[in-house]
Write a protein that binds this ligand. Sequence first.
Ligand SMILES: O=C(CO)COP(=O)(O)O
Length: 240
Amino acid sequence: MLVIGNWKMHGDRQRLAEVVAIDRHVRRGCSARVALCVPATLIAAARGSVEAVVIGAQDCHQAVGGAFTGRLSASMLADAGAQMVVVGHSECRAAGDDDAAVGAKVTAAIGAGLEPVLCVGETSAERDEGLTAAVVVAQARAALPGRVVEGLALAYEPVWAIGSGRLPQEGDIAAVIAALRRCLVDLYGVEGSDVPILYGGSVSAANAAALLGIDGIGGLLVGSASLSADSFVPILAAAG
Ligand SMILES: O=C(CO)COP(=O)(O)O
């Protein structure tokens, strides 16, 4: 299992104590691979304070460099200590990233040696129209790389489930995972069966064990519950 915490725009240097505490738990024995995608300002310090937790970034620019004030390239994030990057998060899609940009970011991440975690997810309107599988598969097809790279992962995050406390039925998550798996195998052949497919959206200690029991699930992408060891460690414990 792969369990990733996405800190979003939360966390100052004081919160590095949580990174250290989460790392301590993972070092003591955790069967899951654990990553924390912290704000870019904390990547270097977080990387310097962990032994077992993978440190990642939350987004990257698609260009290698240039006149993009305030933006960060994948190689800058790698240089700061990131090993992974989330791309296509619905909050970035809402801020303007279309499928082409997300695909270019995946390519940029791979070029910089970062493990890309590609997020897909439907809005509540799309869900109501019965378009969930079609939407997420289209997003995946549009942005997945031409070949399987080390660390490539997909994260299914329904937009309406993020931060809302509302989750899809377990059977609905399993159906989306199955559709994404078919897409991966179609694109990559047998190699596509090994790409982890995570679930994200209102994951908590209360629902982690049930989510991790869903057929075909490869792990979890956790937002607010990853901000402290107190709330994240029980989720990791559910992973074994
Ligand atoms: O967006 C998410 C992780 O990327 C999910 O956020 P929450 O776990 O806070 O719902």
